[in-house]
Design a protein around this ligand. Structure first.
Ligand SMILES: Nc1ncnc2c1ncn2[C@@H]1O[C@H](COP(=O)(O)OP(=O)(O)OP(=O)(O)O)[C@@H](O)[C@H]1O
Ligand SMILES: [Mg+2]
Length: 504
């Protein structure tokens, strides 16, 4: 790491020389020595600016150190430590208004200067972290709201496009149009997924997963990305399990590979993917921890320091409109850090970029890996009660279930459904209710239905904003929670499993 550069503002040449000696002895660099407030303001605007300013108060020129600090603060954010022999109540008030990082009185010892400078840098680091955390929180809230509204809109768009694809003759223009709508809505749903990660990285239930199985899935589907110009080299070892969510892991890998391919662009280049187990020193603690390390390295355009400083910011993108939303890397970092992992990056303009992702490896090996469920081809049988106040969701759900063999009775309100079930408790095998219902929410309806007919199976539709914990869902008698938008395959699979389970 380069030594930090300090600007010394001091009108007494003897003290200035002494301060320079002390600063150098402590391992810092002196960016400049100036004797007036005006010069201090000017030097603060240099490129690169100093990392910290040691500011005397009484100076040559028309403005004093406090006024110089005030002017610097308007344009930049550089930590300032006042170094002065002079103190008064009034002065302290003025000094406070400039938000100083420290205040030391002359004459001072080496250790005093060292403490003041170290504390100032630490304070600056903490401020940046706090700012970052607040920014991510605000973006998270915004993203969450957006994702919620968008999901509700996408649910019928995707569902009806799927329905049209099934119903229309497969060789016509209309069927192609339906396919395009489905693909477009699918892309929008990917953006929603990215936004959701930013708003709730911590709430997913993680499963033991092997990175290599998700990685091979990505490589199979990312052929389109790998143009003629990209040569793929891979060294994928059989690594241990990590705790992750498969679709999030897919997102991480896909975002990194997409970026690498974009960076290579039309020129010839190499994309190297390595997956190995590595030990890694954990920050301050000198313990080595086992990690599964995924390295994605490209020989593309690379990045300069300025871009690297911003690359994780949500919505930061150097790509042209429609080519990038600037969410990819912020999502990568959110996901990896929520797994207690690390993202390292090295890059050089014109030479290329390497991202290394460290996922903590699970130490115990005898953990069952859950295989994704898929709907069986055969038609199902059973009576379903579908409760939803959104008619487009109901019509779609009804169609999807009826075309899979089930008989569906739908209700637009919870009370209506409950009245019906009270009169005919044996009628249904399964109830599907939406959590977001007026007067009586879906989970409450399910708990009442279970009291009347405990054998009934129950699915609750939730969304990003209206969620329910696993424990609460179980308490209310919910057998399966499905988050909207629910694809046909997912819905039918869940219904098949629960109806089958009831019959057994
Ligand atoms: N492998 C890479 N090589 C060079 N630059 C990169 C690389 N990865 C990321 N960047 C830079 O970081 C920026 C932010 O990346 P990020 O993935 O967050 O957004 P994006 O790719 O621009 O858009 P999105 O991923 O949302 O489609 C990019 O626009 C690019 O300038
Ligand atoms: Mg990207």
């Amino acid at each position: 790491m380069k030594p930090k550069r300090l600007l010394i503002v001091e009108d007494n040449s003897f003290i200035a020389r002494d301060t320079k000696r002390k600063v150098t002895k402590l391992g810092y660099k002196v960016a400049d020595i100036v004797s007036s407030g005006e010069e201090a303001v000017e030097k603060a605007q240099n490129d690169p600016p100093p990392d910290l300013i040691l500011m005397d108060i009484i100076l040559e020129g028309d403005i004093d150190g406090v006024e110089a600090a005030r002017q610097i603060n308007i344009k930049q954010h550089i930590p300032i430590i006042y170094v002065t022999a002079y103190a008064s109540k009034d002065l302290t008030q003025r000094v406070k208004l400039t938000g100083p990082y420290g205040y030391i009185t002359k004459p001072f010892k080496d250790e005093e200067l060292q403490n003041a400078v170290e504390i100032a840098f630490y304070k600056q680091e903490m401020e940046i972290k706090l700012f970052e955390a607040r920014k991510m929180k605000a973006i998270g809230i915004l993203a969450g709201g957006l994702a919620h509204d968008f999901n509700n809109i996408l649910f019928p768009i995707m569902g009806y496009a799927e329905l049209l694809k099934e119903e229309l003759p497969s060789d016509g223009l209309l069927s192609e149009a339906a396919e395009e709508i489905f693909i477009g809505a699918g892309r929008a749903s990917e953006v929603v997924k990215q936004l959701m990660v930013l708003s709730r990285p911590e709430t997913l239930e993680l499963q033991p997963i092997k990175v290599q199985s998700v990685l091979s899935g990505v490589l199979n589907t990312s052929n389109v990305l790998l143009s003629q110009s990209v040569k793929l080299e891979q060294n994928i070892e059989d690594c241990g399990l990590i705790l992750a969510d498969a679709s999030q892991l897919y997102q991480v890998i896909m975002n990194l590979i997409t970026n690498a391919c974009h960076a290579i662009g039309e020129k010839k280049g190499v994309l190297t993917i390595d997956l190995t187990e590595k030990d890694f020193h954990h920050d301050s603690k000198q313990i080595r921890q086992p990690y599964v390390c995924l390295s994605i390295c490209d020989t593309g355009a690379g990045m300069d320091q300025e871009i690297m400083g911003k690359m994780f910011d949500p919505y930061f993108s150097t790509k042209q409109k429609h080519q990038g939303s600037g969410l990819g890397l912020s999502v990568v970092r959110s996901i990896v850090e929520s797994y207690n992992g690390k993202v390292l990056c090295e890059s050089e303009p014109g030479r290329g970029t390497q991202f290394e992702i460290f996922f903590p490896r699970i130490i115990t090996d005898d953990i069952k890996i859950t295989e994704p469920e898929t709907a069986s081809e055969s038609m199902g049988t059973g009576q379903i009660c579908f409760v939803n106040n959104d008619s487009s969701v109901t019509a779609l759900g009804k169609y999807n279930l009826e075309s899979s063999g089930y008989q569906v009775t739908s209700f637009a309100g919870s009370q209506e459904a409950l009245d019906f079930i009270q009169k005919a408790p044996e009628k249904f095998d399964l109830i599907i209710a939406d959590i977001d219902m007026p007067h009586m929410t879906g989970d409450v309806l399910i708990s009442k239905v279970k009291k009347i007919q405990p054998a009934n199976r129950a699915i609750l539709f939730t969304d990003h904003q209206k969620k329910i914990s696993k424990e609460k869902a179980a308490q209310m008698g919910v057998d399966k929670v499905l988050e909207k938008p629910v694809e046909k395959n997912l819905l039918v699979t869940a219904v098949q499993a629960l109806v089958q389970n009831k019959k057994e």
